[in-house]
Structures are given as structure tokens and as C-alpha cells.
Ligand binder design. Sequence first.
Ligand code: FE
Ligand code: ZN
Length: 295
Amino acid sequence: MAALRGAAGAAGAAGAAGARALLAVELVPCRADNYVFLLRVAAPAAGGGARAGAGAGGAPGGAEVAVVDPCDAGPVRERLGQLGWETPAYILNTHHHDDHTGGNLELKELWGARVVGPRADRDRIPGIDLAVGQGDTLRLGGAEVRVLDTPGHTRGHCAYHVPEARAAFVGDTLFAMGCGRLFEGTPEQMWSSLQKFLAFPPQTQIYCAHEYTLSNADFAISVEPGNKLLKARIEREAGRRARGEPTVPTTMAEELATNPFLRPGELGVRAGVGLGPEAEDLEVFTAVRAAKDRF
Ligand code: FE
Ligand code: ZN
């Protein structure tokens, strides 16, 4: 499968030249359709001050590496070796599912990294060292990583936002043209989680944990058949998949234009689930989620 090495902000993030150099993200495909992300954040600018030590990562004040949702250890170890990056200081988990945490224990042992995960699920995250929640921050190289609580898919779920790099790692909360299934949470929780992403700048790169794009597209177009931007996007994404390329990351701008779960105010989306202008956004979101479950 094709690998993609990129710098966050490289695609369509006008004015993000600083961000481009700050964060590099490597996609590591794993199992059927998971993506694991290796992050490397450049060192703080000179005079940026000392930072607290973070396990076995590079020298204090140097570039630092983390991995998000290591599904399995093998592919992650292999890619890290090819890249020659520093030993990761952190394993960041968005939620407890095995396809996001299956590599935790082996990689923690190998790297001496600290395992970070959602506080509400601290009992279900293998090897967890640091339980985090809304408003917590981590320092990784020269960037701040902000934690958002985004429950809905599971009881505890976190997203990791790097505002200076205009990038967010959203696990199974938001997908390209889709959103996570509600295994343990309510539509209210998921809608309020997604609203946190709506506050990001539109050019923010969204790193979702699965390649679900084309199956989500089939549903999205069934809800909103009149959305021209959606039709154009589906052609574009189908082309990328045909060439063996990932469709991740996406951007908030793309999702705002094409993702029915983020468009409950649109009359076209409302009509697609049999609701009119009088319905509340939450009611529309709930209906779209229910329709996807039946699709
Ligand atoms: Fe999951
Ligand atoms: Zn998953």
C-alpha cells in the first residue's frame, strides 16, 4: 500500500509556511483500513525555553516524535526505522479500541514512551501513564498539543489538536464525509464533540484513523444528491483510491462543504432525512446518524 509522507499544512494551508516546517506526519497503514500516524515536531525556536523531560525521546529541547493510535507495533517499528526519526516520547491514544491501542505495550517497552489516553477510559487503555481530558496540553518539540474530549464513538475519546501546525488527530470521531459510529455514546455527545472541530480554522488538516472515505461517500450522496461540491469530491477521492493513495488527511473546509454530519443546517441535508427548516440541528444530526446505521 502506498505510504504518504507529508508536512501538515502542505496542502491548501495558505499562510501556514511556519506550520509546514513545524510538524511532519507519516501515515502508516495498518490492518484492513486503519491509519497510524507518526508525528515529528521540530525543536522549539532558540530561546523558547527548556521543557520537561518526556521519557526516552530526544535530547531536551530537540525535535520530538509521537505516535497516534498504534494499531499494531510491527508496521510502526518498521516505518520509524526507515524514517530514522528520534525514539518516540509519547504514544497518544484517542480511544480504547484494539485497532487503536494494539501496539501500546510492545512499543512502550521498546521505546520507554509514555502512553497518553482519555481519562474516562483509563481502565481500558493498555499501559496508560497519563490520563488526559479537555483542556490538557502536552509539549512535543516546539509545539503544544491540546487535548479535546470528544466522546460519542466510545465513552472516553480524545482528539489531539496542534493549533500551530493546523492539524488535528481525531481518531474515530470525524471521518472524510462521515462520523464515528455511536458504540457507547449518545447523538448529543457526538454532536457536541463535532462542534469542537467546527471551531477550528477551516484549513485545519484532519487526520482520521480509518480509510472509510468511499463508503462514506455513497451514504453522503444518498442524503444530499444535489450537492455539486460533494459530487466533485467523490470523483477526486475515487481517483486517489484507484491510484492506491490515501484520502487522509482531509480538511475542515472539505468536510464543511461535503460531510452530511457537519451540515445539519442545510435544507438539502434536512430534506434527505425527511426534516424541514423547523428542526433543531441536533435532531437533524441524530436522523443522519440513524440513517447511516441503516444504510
Ligand atoms: Fe474505534
Ligand atoms: Zn477505529
